[in-house]
Design a protein around this ligand. Structure first.
Ligand SMILES: Nc1nc2c(ncn2[C@@H]2O[C@H](COP(=O)(O)OP(=O)(O)OP(=O)(O)O)[C@@H](O)[C@H]2O)c(=O)[nH]1
Ligand SMILES: [Mg+2]
Length: 445
């Protein structure tokens, strides 16, 4: 039986992790458990205790060893928690067995992350994606326990996931009381709707591509300060919170970099370790912003004790998305929190600049670095534009980077770099370089 929530206020949660010998990631079980605590608090729980067991392998039936399960049941009597969160993915049978042995509801890391996503999804696409991911995750876990689940879901789920119990909130209308057949139907419907949204998005992106503005995607671990930096660079007003996954839906703004280079800056959802691939897939549309970007701006919270693990996790996710080879600028953020900022070694990261997004430190250097890396993505061009085509001179200034400009008798000489997509417009006015001298081509329009 699943215990109903008896009191208002935060759910009391107990956290559990197993440190197995076969360490798959570079994260230690302790650090991961601490992160789980931050996640649980973000979801609105009050964490009343944590437990870490060292095991060769997690127990296939109960995840924890039998003795530890008993210990946990005793702690439950003592501390009175109603929720146990495991820092791993539990199999459906492990979850069932644990719920039998305990009075409390049992959820795993993935369910918790999905719950936070559900709370933070704002756009239609975000909501669809979260619901899809939740249902896909729940479907195999439904077998034989439909009745229990409908009791659990009854009444505790408010609209838009507000006020529900952790792990069973959802942004859509779908609730656990519906049976598996209805879930399957809903899944098909969601996929269809998402496909529609995706088509619109592709269209939107094509229109954007026609603007030929380079796209810079802000990426990084959750809570690294991406939205704060995004706001500082774009004077935008994106929700900034000391919470994990405050941002779920991508936001895009036009930003003018030094040298008048315009770019589209996109704020994105944060990454986290052990985000199941399935989940990453559900957020494909959101992450397409990353896949599509010309340049990545990675934000690293250098004040975090796991800054290296976090940055490596970001690399892993980028690799999964096949975006890890894109040109990258790194913002080593929250430098204001370090007692000894000089100890940060920017040479460890690609094109790194030390900043404090919150205090506005280092932003000019970062903008310069971004302009430089964006410019490297452009083709070098030397043109002599007749005075009648002032629009092309203006376009070069707006979209490209002018390194030299001279007003000659025949027109305006421009030397610089331009997105390759625009180079065609200047084909009639191109100059070739010979023996270091600029020469007007013999064939003129
Ligand atoms: N001290 C300090 N705090 C910062 C800095 N940058 C961001 N923060 C704080 O870090 C927290 C997270 O910032 P966000 O900008 O929401 O981080 P994010 O990377 O967008 O997080 P998600 O969207 O949740 O993945 C907030 O409390 C910010 O105020 C900084 O340079 N210095
Ligand atoms: Mg954010």
């Amino acid at each position: 039986m699943i215990k109903q929530r008896t009191t208002e206020g935060p759910e009391r949660a107990f956290l559990v992790a197993v440190a197995s010998e076969r360490q798959e990631t570079l994260w230690s079980a302790e650090d991961s458990l601490n992160e789980l605590e931050a996640l649980a608090k973000t979801a609105g729980a009050e964490v009343v205790g944590k437990m870490l067991q060292h095991l060769r392998h997690p127990d296939p039936a109960t995840y924890l060893g039998k003795g530890k399960v008993q210990e946990l049941a005793a702690l439950e009597q003592e501390l009175g928690f109603e929720l146990v969160i495991f820092d791993d993915e539990l199999s459906p049978s492990q979850q069932r067995n644990l719920e039998k042995a305990l009075n409390a509801r049992v959820i795993d890391r993935t369910t918790l992350i999905l719950d936070i996503f559900a709370q933070h999804a704002r756009t239609r696409e975000g909501r669809l994606q979260v619901e899809l991911a939740q249902l896909e995750y729940r479907l195999p876990r439904l077998s034989g326990r439909g009745i229990e689940l409908s009791q659990q879901a009854g009444g505790s789920l408010g609209a838009a996931g507000v006020g529900g119990a952790i792990g069973v909130r959802g942004p859509g209308e779908t609730r656990l009381e519906i049976d598996r057949r209805r879930i399957r139907n809903r899944l098909a419907e969601l996929r269809r709707e998402l496909e529609e949204v995706r088509e619109q998005r592709t269209l939107h992106r094509r229109q954007r591509a026609a603007l030929t503005m380079p796209v810079v995607a802000v990426v990084g671990y959750t809570n690294a300060g991406k939205s704060t930096l995004f706001n500082a660079l774009s004077q935008a007003d994106v929700l900034v919170e000391n919470k994990l996954f405050a941002t779920l839906d991508p936001t895009t703004r036009r930003v003018v970099l030094p040298g008048n280079q315009e770019v589209l800056l996109t704020d994105t959802v944060g990454f986290i370790q052990r985000l199941p691939t399935r989940l990453v897939a559900a957020f494909r549309a959101t992450l397409e912003e990353v896949v599509d970007a010309d340049v990545l701006l990675e934000v690293v919270d250098v004040s975090h004790e796991n800054a290296i693990e976090q940055s490596e996790t970001v690399n892993e996710v980028l690799r999964e998305l096949e975006a890890h080879e894109k040109p990258r600028v790194t913002a080593l953020n929250k430098i204001d929190l370090l007692p000894d900022p000089d100890r940060v070694d920017p040479s460890l990261y690609p094109n790194a600049v030390v900043v404090s997004a919150l205090r506005g430190w280092g932003l000019e250097a970062l903008r310069e670095k971004l302009a430089q890396v964006v410019a490297e993505q452009m083709v070098p061009l030397q043109v002599l534009v007749p005075y009648a085509r002032g629009d092309l001179v203006e376009l070069f200034h707006r979209r490209g980077r002018v390194e030299q400009e001279e007003h000659r008798a025949e027109g305006t000489l421009l030397v610089g770099r331009l997105p390759s997509a625009l180079a065609g417009y200047y084909a009639p006015y191109r100059l070739q370089q010979r023996r270091g001298l600029l020469r007007v081509p013999s064939v003129r329009p």
